[in-house]
Design a protein around this ligand. Sequence first.
Ligand code: EPZ
Length: 429
Amino acid sequence: MDKFVIEGGKPLQGEIKISGSKNAALPLMAAALLADGKTTLHNIPALHDILTFNNVMRVTGARVEFDPESETLSIDPDTIYYPESPYDLVRKMRASFYMLGALLGRSGFARVSLPGGCAWGPRPVDLHIEGMKAFGAHISLEEGYVVAKVPQGSGGLPGGSFKLSPSSVGATVNLLLATVKGRARAEIRNAAKEPDVVQLCSFLKQMGAQIEGIGTSTLHVQGVPHLKGITFHNAPDRIETGTFMILGAMHPESRLTLTNIAAGDLGMFPGWFQKTGAELQLSGNAMQIIAPEVIQPVSVITEIYPGFPTDLQAQWATLMTQAEGESQVTDTIYPDRFSYIPELVRLGAQVKVRNNSAIINGKTPLSGTSVMSTDLRASVSLVMAALCAKGRSEVLRVYHLDRGYAKLEEKLNKVGAGITRINAEDQLS
Ligand code: EPZ
């Protein structure tokens, strides 16, 4: 397993180009399977999760070609003959569960493995399943697989109304995929409004779908008999943008400029960010971050979009270790998403976890040591802490990072970081 060796304590200055969004791309890829004909997607990041999903789609017989250089992905579903997704792939990436809605929507049958849990605990899919049942699907659980069928001779799911409780990005995606093709009249209440969902709805409408209420928490779908393959440009990654905004505030002399951003996708996050004393200068699709001399403590509570994103929770707590004073980070989406805290403490942070909150006492000087990544966003927060720490750190198991951050060490070394990737085999020698 690769690791990073990081020489910390240096300011970061220069430009970082934001890559295409992983969480926005995955639903588009699943939706492309509903089309009659090929779809071409641009600005698709060359991440492990994208490569995993490509293989999940190939298992069905779909033709999938990805060029990591041009970040272009083409998907031709006309050769699909096997509407199944196996455990050994689905367990690697939860979003593979989108195959349930895509295959059910395309051919009226799907057999998809239940996803595994995540490092921070089980992540249920009950809303996905209950929603499809509410729309008329016959669902059974067989040896760890979800088998979904459209009622015999019905010509597609009849539809109905279903309320998500709690609101769920993945369930909203899956229920859209299951109903846009066919004859369903479906209402999804308390639907997620994340930019990833809004982009999916725009993509589906371009394919010929009929969806009303886009961007609101009630979506109305009228199924249509056919959807066509299209060409589409994926959005920039709002979580990568937020991650590098936070990193750009951690050292008083840092001056980062982020290019190829979609500022409109950041929700209310810039508001919290500026409360720390950091300044933002926006021009077009570029944003310059001016780090504050003194970081103000700012407590946050994660919420569904446009509230504070849970995917920036670990990065924010890391910033708060450098704030002058006490702050609290509460996660209402994933109450136990704090596995990175003991590793921050090993770097010198003063943090206590109580229920679904981390109480952080800043400012604490961080000093380099070895730390262990446990999941995607936790691992990037450890890299950020190591970049801020004095001396040398090692961040182990960076494969978690490779799932969600494209060319991370390349992007950060270009602006003055000192990150060296040590490949697993080199460690043995
Ligand atoms: C998406 O996961 C993202 N993943 C996650 O990003 C993100 O943290 C999450 O949304 C919340 O914003 C992708 O987009 C691929 P949810 P998802 O269903 O769809 C509960 C990353 O780091 N729930 O919106 O799985 C669930 O337990 C990843 O890139 C049910 O109870 O999240 C959670 O408390 C991590 N039953 C809440 O809903 C269900 O059937 C929100 O989960 C589904 C979800």
